[in-house]
Design a protein around this ligand. Sequence first.
Ligand SMILES: Nc1ncnc2c1ncn2[C@@H]1O[C@H](COP(=O)(O)OP(=O)(O)OP(=O)(O)O)[C@@H](O)[C@H]1O
Length: 118
Amino acid sequence: MKNQRFHHRLGFAIDGIVSAWRSEASFRLQCLATLGVIAVLAWRQPPMMWWAFLLIMCGMVLAAELFNTALETALDHLHPERHDAIRIAKDCAAGAVLLLSVTAAGVFAAFLVDTFSS
Ligand SMILES: Nc1ncnc2c1ncn2[C@@H]1O[C@H](COP(=O)(O)OP(=O)(O)OP(=O)(O)O)[C@@H](O)[C@H]1O
């Protein structure tokens, strides 16, 4: 299964994103928030640096949510019973998503202040 052709690997990655979209309400919300950020960027036409900052932040939140979903899915399958180690692993992954989401909200707030005060 290693080293498959690029279009196969691309298909697997897209399958993962579609599957997270179907199963995770948080991922759907984050995708919609990303579209909202892109709409505001397109409306305000800020300097390219703001596009870069905000798109990086949105990408990192979405990627972190996919990692979180991957971890939860694997852990639930491999160890359906409750265990403290599983709780800590899931809580850490959720914490990573939270940290990136708060940082992204902070960057978006800074952009709003900058764009509406000038
Ligand atoms: N097997 C387990 N053993 C111990 N605690 C668990 C276990 N599964 C879940 N938990 C606890 O419940 C919390 C929620 O876990 P769950 O798998 O339901 O995530 P979720 O609510 O679907 O999260 P998300 O919204 O990110 O998908 C975990 O962060 C953890 O604290």
